[in-house]
Design a binder for this molecule. Structure first.
Ligand SMILES: *Cc1c(COP(=O)(O)O)cnc(C)c1O
Length: 385
């Protein structure tokens, strides 16, 4: 079993839906399946904007967002709060924009006041877009997108606000329209429960207007061709990811059957609260602790645990070799390990993972404050309606 921040555990129903012979790609049921998912995707990001499906991973979605809205030499402001927005900026630099990193703290969310101050100083309005990870998977911070939008508005700055929701979509609440996010993107393999291979980019009217003059457009990702009405071969820039579309339709049905995206967000909050209760119980001064300091800034998709002197490699080996559980390793310079709790997850799966990690913590002689499993069970009990 995986407890890593993507790919997540895949529901059997999704896998079964993907296992099928290939149909005609220009006619029949695949047209309906495609139309259905294209119609449902805006609701997942809570927008009336347009959803693009790209046969790629999250990195492809990054590139689709940049090349469709910006021109060579445009300055983009990258908001650091871990690792991923910075890497997005590095990829964007290769396509021709000029990233500037607004430095952040790996234990805190992006400071909206710092964003506002930087944008106010940009009198010439050279910054064309602000890039941020909604949830950064290295630090496990969740940034406050509505506060960041308020910072852009307070500075009266016209830059596009672009959110990497690869970790958060379907796990942490996200309101694209209400929060004034112009471009949002994600991959399918985390909260959306489909094996890696397709990614989604949502664009509002401001983003589509910027597209009209974007100089970085490239054939494969180009929204213009993909927006041509009716032609499935244009929408996917070639053969559609047929099996993935069937899988995605099934995953979206699972979300509907659970009670819609808000019910899914609630489940993730309950499960994440149990993870945090476990880590708090394991904690003791100078040893294990939650990476993100402010409780409101902790993601419900992934939890980064700082481990002090604990041998993380040995811990992860025990989990994998003794119990078949893959735990996420620390990345982006944050010392410790990460627990992914995104997508297809319920209390018995989570308690199994936490129990396995606790056993391994004993195996490696980690100094523990108390039982995380007991604290997680109590947290789940308290969350009962
Ligand atoms: C997983 C992840 C990525 C990378 O996604 P790929 O599908 O591997 O390209 C980027 N950003 C964030 C926030 C992620 O969690």
């Amino acid at each position: 079993m995986v407890a890593i921040p993507g790919p997540s555990i895949m529901p059997d129903r999704v896998l079964a839906a993907m296992a099928r012979p290939m149909p005609d790609l220009y006619a029949g049921e695949i047209l309906d399946v495609s139309a259905e998912v294209v119609e449902q995707l805006p609701g997942i990001a809570r927008t009336t904007g347009r959803a693009f499906i790209v046969t790629a991973n999250g990195h492809g979605a990054w590139e689709m967002a940049i090349t469709n809205t910006l021109s060579a030499g445009d300055r983009v402001l990258v908001l650091e709060s871990g690792r991923f927005a910075v890497v997005w900026g590095e990829y964007a630099a290769v396509t021709g924009v000029e990233p500037e990193v607004l430095p952040g703290d790996p234990r805190r969310a992006v400071d909206p006041a710092a964003l506002e101050a930087r944008l106010r100083a940009d009198r010439a309005r050279e910054i064309k877009a602000v890039l941020v990870a909604h949830t950064d998977t290295a630090s496990s911070v969740r940034n406050d997108m509505s506060a960041l939008r308020a910072a852009l508005d307070a500075a009266d700055h016209p830059a596009l606000l672009m959110a990497d929701c690869i970790a958060s979509m379907g796990c942490d609440p996200f309101e694209m329209d209400e929060w004034g996010v112009d471009v949002a993107l994600t991959g399918c393999q985390k909260g959306l429960m489909v094996p890696p291979g397709v990614a989604f980019v949502w664009a509002n009217d401001r983003a589509l207007a910027a597209h009209q003059t974007a100089g970085l457009r490239v054939g494969y990702f180009d929204w213009t061709r993909r927006m041509r009405d009716g032609a499935i071969y244009d929408y996917y820039a070639g053969t559609p990811p047929i099996a993935h579309l069937y899988g995605l339709r099934e995953a979206l049905s699972l979300i509907e059957e659970e009670g819609g995206i808000e019910a899914v967000w609630r489940r993730h909050r309950v499960l994440a609260d149990a993870v945090r209760a476990a880590v708090d119980a394991w904690s003791s001064p100078g040893h294990l602790e939650l990476n993100i300091i402010e409780p409101d800034a902790r993601s419900n998709a992934v939890t980064t645990v700082r481990t002090g002197a604990v041998d993380v490699d040995a811990l992860r080996s025990h989990c994998a070799a003794d119990a078949g559980l893959t735990v996420g390793l620390g990345v982006g310079g944050v010392p410790g390990f990460r627990i992914g709790h995104m997508g297809h997850l319920n209390p018995p799966m989570l308690l199994g993972a936490l129990g396995t990690i606790e056993t391994a913590l004993h195996d490696v002689g980690a100094p523990l404050g108390g039982s995380g499993v007991a604290a997680a069970a109590e947290s789940l009990h308290r969350s009962r309606p």
